[in-house]
Design a protein around this ligand. Structure first.
Ligand SMILES: Cc1cc2nc3c(=O)[nH]c(=O)nc-3n(C[C@H](O)[C@H](O)[C@H](O)COP(=O)(O)OP(=O)(O)OC[C@H]3O[C@@H](n4cnc5c(N)ncnc54)[C@H](O)[C@@H]3O)c2cc1C
Length: 415
């Protein structure tokens, strides 16, 4: 069982949160720090993240703005981000010799554009800090030790006694089961960050087209106010994708799950123009370009094939309609096609670059100054195991770095 003074700080889960926490702990304590990872290959999600490039964090250094990117956890992360935020993440990686760069949309990557750089960095830092990493160590059960600390049972191994324990098992079902056995509540687990699947003749054959600013409004049964967002949208073979869609999917994750992803999506394809201005534009075309066909002479803001498709409901019976033939009622219909086009989402698609689970350990049960459990002060929780998730753009890893950092420091301080 070992001397109580020698009992290690144990971290379960060799992902982003677990590695970062282990490094922070090991740099601050004289106790051994043991990291238990179920698989033979740690940091697997880091490897595949961001399409193999790992979107480490986001260039947003104001905690007040930063938390707005978390559909769940915004309130709770406000304090933690004032202690460790993307600026600190950049500085830490920089101190380890990894330079990050910012892309035009704010996403930050290693200048090597390779997730392996991040993996190598974390593994090197853990080695340098003296973390004992045990691979193939699947934790099956954890029980509080009546004398303090925990007894950990790994598959095929004898019990391991821990002075303090951090659960950083991501969205693994066994991790939630262990947390529940230690008294925690797990909120409903549903997918977040997905694309919208639907069939509609207006977007058939237009995969790859998109627009960098549309206004989306998603109405979900049982909720009075729609979810709204303005941003880029991409048409795919199966429906809609792009940052605006992914953001809506995250904020509406629970509601969309409840209605089996059947919802009504209104798209304003021209949010930069009011309905009145658009009407005035059609009237002006009627005056100045009356003989021109509407289908072939759209606004430059909308790709030509998309323009023709969106106006299908009006033009399908009169494909060669010219501006001079427009009545006030027809103009109203055309404006509606562009400003209020209505679609029905049918299924959830996958966003390959990043996906994340909505739900996890109930946040009220955590002390966000230390990431300690309010159920057991020797237990800590960090990363995706918590009921925290961000939108796409590096926010999910930032949650792992921040909560891992705070937990790692607190475990060491209190030992
Ligand atoms: C395809 C994909 C791409 C992504 N890309 C990005 C991105 O570019 N940017 C971004 O911010 N976010 C991204 N994410 C989300 C991000 O990867 C996660 O939010 C993040 O990895 C969570 O870190 P974590 O350490 O909490 O959990 P994880 O990374 O899931 O790590 C948990 C670890 O615990 C281990 N484990 C589980 N149970 C046990 C057990 N019982 N015993 C021992 N070990 C156990 C697992 O094997 C795993 O290694 C992506 C996610 C996916 C799936």
């Amino acid at each position: 069982m070992g001397n109580k003074q020698d009992r290690p700080l144990v971290i379960v889960g060799g992902g982003a949160a677990g590695y970062f926490a282990s490094i922070q702990s090991a740099q601050r304590t004289s106790r051994p720090v043991v990291l238990l990872e179920a698989t033979r290959v740690p940091l697997k999600k880091v490897k595949i993240s961001g399409g193999g490039r790992c979107n480490v964090t986001h260039h947003c250094f104001d905690p007040v703005q930063l938390v707005k990117n978390y559909p769940r956890g915004a309130k709770e992360l406000r304090g933690p981000f004032s202690r460790f935020q993307p600026r600190d993440t950049c500085a830490w990686f920089e101190s380890q010799g990894v330079r990050l760069k910012t892309e035009s949309d704010g996403r930050m990557f290693s200048v090597t554009d390779s997730s392996q750089t991040i993996i190598d960095c974390l593994r090197r830092a853990a080695d340098a800090a003296g973390v004992e990493v045990r691979l193939g160590a699947l934790v099956k059960e954890v029980a509080p030790d009546p004398k303090g600390g925990f007894v950990i049972h790994c598959r095929g191994q004898g019990p391991l006694y821990a002075h303090k324990l951090l659960l950083a098992t991501g969205s693994a079902p066994l991790g939630y089961k262990i947390a529940a056995s230690l008294g925690h509540t797990i909120t409903d687990l549903v997918p977040s960050l997905f694309t919208f699947g639907l069939k509609d003749t207006r977007i058939a054959g237009l995969a790859g087209l998109g627009k960098n600013q549309v206004a989306l409004s998603l109405t979900v049964e049982g909720r009075k106010r729609p979810f709204t967002h303005v941003g880029p949208l991409l048409i795919t073979h199966w429906g809609f994708s792009g940052p605006a869609v992914l953001k809506l999917s995250a904020f509406a994750a629970r509601e969309l799950f409840a209605c089996n992803y059947a919802a009504r999506l209104h798209i304003d394809w021209l949010p930069e123009m009011s309905a009145e201005d658009l009407s005035a534009w059609f009237c002006q075309q009627k005056e100045q370009a009356g003989r021109k066909q509407i289908a072939k002479n759209g606004l430059s803001e909308i790709p030509k094939r998309l323009w023709q498709s969106l106006l299908q409901p009006v033009l399908q019976t009169q494909p060669a309609l010219i501006f001079a033939q427009l009545s006030t009622a027809k103009i109203r219909e055309l404006v509606s096609c562009l400003k209020k086009s209505s679609f029905y989402t049918e299924t959830k698609g996958v966003f390959k670059d990043e996906f994340v689970t909505c739900g996890g350990i109930k946040l009220k049960e955590i002390n966000f100054q230390t990431m300690a459990s309010k159920k057991n002060p020797d237990l800590f929780l960090a990363g995706e195991i918590l009921d925290i998730d961000g939108i796409t753009g590096g926010f999910n890893f930032q949650n792992a770095w921040t909560t891992g950092y705070i937990a790692g420091c607190a475990m060491a301080e209190e030992s």
